[in-house]
Design a protein around this ligand. Structure first.
Ligand code: NI
Length: 423
């Protein structure tokens, strides 16, 4: 995806043309909230100031809410003018252990921590949506707004689900967005099926036998064994995965040795695995260990192996993806505004919500290279074009206002897309 092919020639004000005046008018307030949140980033499950900021606003607007869910999570509940379906919106709250390098007045005031993924924007958009809906209840049913901790790991979605946030009243469908600097301002990335990948991690220690670098015959060289393993792991995807499908096995760490003339006793490897199709669940740990065990055996080495499955793939329900796309088409008017080809091997714990109820997670383009706001997520100079904030609110508000009709039309027929796997 190149910017040149997607660059929007539209000015900031034009991008707000299709927004209703009341939401357009919220923009200065949204910027103020976002900048305040940006200055006080907090890591996973430590989002106390952030939660206090959210709760204070909800109290001020008299929106019923529950705090302290999965440590720092919050659920706000709004009801429309008539009974109807139950719709949920999810926003993640946590920041990253990164030292901010941006020189802006709203720079992070917490040393070594930074909102470098845009979650400050997600909170702001969800708060703007809550505020607007509290003032304009032109919708049927109930909306639950879920402020979720720890998306960057170890994950707050699962404990929130376990705490019952999708129950009482039971949520019919859920949406969420990620501001996305891989896409320019004025675009929405939305697709049916898999949007983001499963995230799994392996760690392995090769246990050889150390010795003198000049007397290898008395040793089992853990570096040589580990090097064979790194090479062989590259064949897992290329020789075992259907080329029509896709997966990644990356060895990201290789630590061994202390001196040039010493044969290393042990070597440590770690890496990550990504895939879209749920049928790969359980495939990689077995295959990776098989490769490690086989190579270690042939060299007479031993090994320790650990494997963690963090997040499943983020899979959108077909009808919910179409629903979000139809809303986005009304809000985004650039010619290439809707980008269907927007899959990424990044991961998201929104996936756990999408396993429970039908839903759609989508990207809202937030980069503006002309203003030097196009650094990738998790970069110390990441920042996004704040024009996107009011656009996010308009998208969420329209989804809320139209969801009940969509739900009734489908006769409750949306299905949780647990096994869809992107067809
Ligand atoms: Ni993120």
């Amino acid at each position: 995806m190149t910017f040149s092919s997607l660059l929007s020639p539209l000015s900031t004000s034009t991008l707000h043309d299709r927004l209703r005046p009341e939401i357009r008018a919220l923009q200065p307030l949204l910027v103020q909230w976002r900048r305040q949140l940006h200055q006080q980033p907090e890591l996973a499950f430590q989002e106390r100031l952030t939660a206090e900021f959210i709760a204070e606003k909800l109290r001020e607007w008299q929106i019923p809410h529950e705090t302290g869910i999965a440590e720092t999570g919050i659920v706000a509940t709004l009801t429309g003018t008539q009974p109807g379906s139950v719709f949920a919106i999810r926003a993640d709250m946590d920041a990253l252990p990164i030292q901010e390098e941006n020189d802006v007045p709203y720079k992070s005031q917490h040393d070594g921590k930074m909102h470098a993924c845009g979650h400050d924007g997600h909170i702001t958009i969800a708060l703007g949506t809550a505020y607007y809906l509290s003032q304009h209840r032109h919708f049927k049913g109930t909306v639950k707004i879920l402020f979720q901790p720890a998306e960057e790991g170890p994950g707050g979605a699962k404990p929130m689900i376990q705490a019952g946030v999708l129950k009482n009243p039971d949520v019919d469908a859920i949406i969420g967005l990620h501001l996305w600097n891989q896409l320019p301002l004025g675009t929405v990335g939305v697709r049916s099926g898999a949007l983001m990948a499963a995230v799994e991690v392996f760690r392995c220690t090769i246990l050889g036998k150390g010795g003198h670098g000049a007397i290898p015959q008395q040793t089992i060289d853990s570096i040589v064994v580990a090097a064979q393993i790194v090479s062989a792991l590259q064949t897992i995807v290329s020789r075992n995965v259907d080329p029509i499908e896709s997966a990644v096995v990356t060895v990201g760490e290789f630590h061994a040795g202390t001196a040039c003339n010493v044969i290393a006793d042990s070597a440590q490897l770690s890496g990550t695995v990504r895939y879209f199709q749920p049928h790969f669940d359980g495939f990689f740990p077995e295959k990776i260990e098989q490769v490690i065990a086989g190579i270690c055996h042939s060299f007479g080495a031993a090994y320790r192996f650990e494997y963690s499955q963090y997040y499943p793939p983020t899979i959108n329900d077909d009808r919910m993806a179409n629903f979000v796309r139809s809303i986005a088409e009304k809000v985004i008017e650039t010619p290439l505004g809707i980008v269907p080809n927007c899959q990424t091997m990044g991961g998201e714990d929104m996936s756990f919500f999408l396993q429970e109820v039908p839903g759609c997670y989508f990207f809202l383009g937030s980069a503006n290279p002309e203003r030097d706001l196009a650094y990738p997520h998790h970069h110390p100079r990441f920042d996004f074009d704040e024009t996107v904030l009011a656009m996010g609110v308009e998208l969420f508000v329209r989804c809320v206002e139209q969801f009940d009709q969509e739900w009734v039309m489908g006769n409750g027929g949306l299905t949780a897309n647990r096994d869809a796997g992107g067809c």
